[in-house]
Design a protein around this ligand. Structure first.
Ligand code: ADP
Length: 672
């Protein structure tokens, strides 16, 4: 299977397009990091811009609202104050006219004799008191006061000259004079209204009423209120310090005319220290009164009063509006930040929930995969288990078959041995049978002759012969194996005795030596001849009993002895040594010969079934395999080696059986 990239490039070549460059298919981590950072910075910038915009908008709106409210309140206040001022002025507007029409006034102007003057003074005094004006007085055409309501007091106007006063000039010209100024005598500010006094249509003097407007100073000083004249000079103010200042610089000639008219006495008219910060529509502006940034800020709204040409200016402090706008801005800022944080929190929460859902889905998927894998693995295991069961059954069956084959082999081997033995026995029996025939023929002749003694001798010989024949057949019966129940104890000496008896014929001419090695002797002695002594098979040796079936032991010994006989054929003289050694727990029987020994290539294969070096018909190659299997069955072992001084040696080791008190039973003798 090809990798995906190889497949995709093949596909694009096949379709006629250029293969994609490798970087186009890979995501660049640095680039995505950079994009992420840029995106976050942009979001941050947008949020900051949003915050600034929201704050600015709130501040602007709040400030505008506050200023609008201020303007509305100021307009109401200005309206109220202006109408109060106007009604005051209007109330006295007709008083000089009525005065000018009065004959006493006209008389004193035409003829200012003391009597007329006194009458006029009294009249003016009385009128002034009733009209509640400040001062009422009459000026002759030459500009001097002829009579006044305050004629009695020290500050009497009588005799004072008013030629320079605009209200006098206006009235002399036939008009109505209106003027605000500081009194030349009283030094008190006041509003002057004048009318020409006519007699027979001719102006003979001027009647003047002065009003005190000082009540104006009593208005609320926290929201200053000022009234300026047509030149912009503040002559009424709720803040006394601002009085007689201009709101704009005075041109020189105007300043001169004011000075000439002694309108505001002789004091200099200074401009009010005003810094205009912002012009608003409709005669309004934001300004500071006083120097420096800490000077109070006001919203100044100008309202015209018509006649006289005065202006009422309301000054509303803007600082509270600023403070309110700031508060609203802070609240908005907080609200905005809270909303952003809430949005962030909500976004993070959503991301977390999404992440959780994804993790859960992944977990479920992994769980499902795990379940599937477990199921697959379980299925595999079940299959393996089933296979194992089958194999176990197969093995058991094979083992049973092997065991059966093994038993079969043993049986076959027995039959083979039996064949050999039968030949031997036939040979052995033929001779005594022939002797029996000749003895019986002889005995019959002797009996016919009456030679009783010879006949008895013959019968005795016949008895010996039959006994010998019985022994031979008994051996055959033994070898078949099922002639009697098997014993789990085998006397080594008896087994050797039986085997030697069985192979008696083949052993003729062979030096056969039986040795008993004393294992209890010192190891140094053991090597010496002192530890070895001849083993007499005629002795019982009840201590030499192995834990093994006696017939099987004999079968092994027949094999070993038979092989030794085969190996020593042709040796002069053939020699076989059988060494029996009894240990604490084990017994060993070593069958050694002076044959050619076992070649190195043969040694490892000796115990293989059907392995033989003998010629066809001479050996089956089963003897050692069966013998070794018997040794194992009995809990022992069979090993082969070459002896140091030449020849082969086979050592059979068996477990030692416990010694029994009962007398031994020799099957050979018992069976005869
Ligand atoms: P068989 O005697 O029928 O060949 P065995 O299993 O008894 O089968 O012996 C197998 C082989 O072991 C023999 O063919 C022989 O080569 C070898 N062998 C057995 N005993 C001896 C011995 N004492 N000396 C030399 N070779 C031996």
């Amino acid at each position: 299977m090809k990798p995906a990239s190889a497949r995709s490039s093949e596909a694009s070549i096949a379709s006629g397009g250029d293969p994609l460059p490798p970087y186009a298919t890979m995501s660049d981590p640095h680039r995505s990091d950079f994009a992420n950072v840029t995106r976050r910075l942009l979001i941050l910038f947008a949020l900051a811009a949003g915050l600034a915009a929201a704050c600015w908008l709130t501040y602007s709106l709040a400030w505008k609202n506050g200023v609008d409210t201020l303007r509305r309140n100021a307009a109401v206040r200005a309206e109220r104050t202006a109408s109060a001022l106007k009604s005051t002025l209007e109330r006295y507007e007709s008083l000089p006219y009525l005065l000018a029409e009065h004959p006493i006034v006209q008389d004193v102007l035409i003829d200012p004799n003391p009597a007329n003057v006194e009458r006029a003074n009294l009249y003016l005094e009385d009128l002034n008191r009733h009209a509640r004006a400040t001062v009422t007085y009459i000026i002759s055409l030459d500009g001097y006061c002829v009579a006044a309501s305050n004629w009695r007091g020290p500050g009497s106007f009588v005799g004072a000259g008013y030629q320079f006063r605009p209200y006098f000039v206006d009235a002399v010209k036939g008009g109505v004079g209106r003027f605000f100024g500081i009194g030349t005598i009283s030094q008190a500010p006041g509003y002057y209204i004048s009318q020409p006094v006519r007699r027979d249509g001719k102006i003979v003097g001027v009647a003047v009423v002065k009003l005190d407007l000082e009540w104006f100073q009593g208005v609320d000083a926290s929201e200053p209120l000022v009234v300026t004249d047509d030149h912009g000079v503040i002559f009424l103010s709720s803040v006394p310090a601002w009085k007689y200042h201009t709101i704009r610089p005075l041109p020189g000639q105007i300043a001169d005319s004011i000075y000439q008219a002694r309108q505001y006495a002789q004091q200099p008219i200074e401009p009010l220290p005003v810094t205009v910060e912002r012009m608003l529509e409709g005669n309004a502006q934001i300004l500071r009164v006083g120097g420096g940034r800490s000077a109070p800020r006001y919203l100044a709204s100008r309202h015209g009063m018509g006649e006289p040409d005065w202006h009422l200016i309301t000054m509303s402090p803007v600082d509270p509006v600023d403070a309110d706008a700031r508060k609203a801005t802070i609240v908005t800022g907080f609200g905005y930040v809270s909303l952003v944080l809430l949005a962030f929190y909500w976004r993070m929460r959503r991301a977390r929930v999404r992440e959780m859902m994804r993790s859960r889905a992944l977990l479920q998927k992994a769980y499902a995969e795990l379940n599937q894998r477990v199921a697959e693995r379980t299925a595999d295991l079940s299959e393996a288990n089933e296979q194992l069961h089958k194999e176990v059954a197969e093995r058991t069956r094979a083992e049973q078959e092997l065991r059966a084959a093994h038993d079969e082999l043993i049986q076959t081997s027995k039959l083979a041995a039996l064949g050999q033995m039968a030949a031997g026995i036939t040979h052995e029996l033929n001779q005594p049978l022939a002797a029996l025939r000749s003895f019986s023929d002889n005995t019959r002749v002797l009996l016919e002759r009456g030679d009783q003694a010879s006949a008895r001798e013959n019968l005795e010989a016949i008895a010996v012969l039959t006994e010998r024949m019985g022994k031979i057949t008994n051996q055959l019966k033994l070898f078949v194996g099922r002639a009697r129940p098997r014993s789990a104890r085998a006397s080594i000496v008896r087994a050797l005795r039986n085997v030697v008896a069985l192979l008696q014929k083949r052993l003729q001419g062979v030096e056969l030596e039986f040795v008993l090695i004393d294992a209890a002797a010192d190891t140094v002695d053991a090597a010496a001849d002192g530890a070895r002594k001849p083993l007499n098979l005629a002795d019982d040796h009840p201590e030499l009993v192995a834990s093994c079936d006696d017939l099987r032991l004999e079968q092994v010994l027949i094999n070993l002895l038979g092989n030794a006989l085969d190996a020593t054929t042709g040796m002069s003289p053939p020699r076989i040594t059988i060494e029996v050694e009894a240990g604490d727990a084990n017994l060993s029987i070593a069958v050694g010969d002076n044959g050619p020994g076992i070649p190195d290539d043969v040694l490892p294969r000796l115990f293989e079934p059907f392995f033989t070096t003998k010629e066809m018909g001479q050996g089956l190659g089963l003897g050692l395999a069966i013998s070794s299997s018997i040794a194992r069955d009995c809990g022992g072992s069979l090993v082969a080696r070459n002896a140091p001084h030449g020849g082969a040696s086979f050592v059979l080791t068996l477990r030692r059986a416990r010694v029994q008190a009962s007398p031994s039973h020799d099957p050979l003798t018992a069976g005869s």
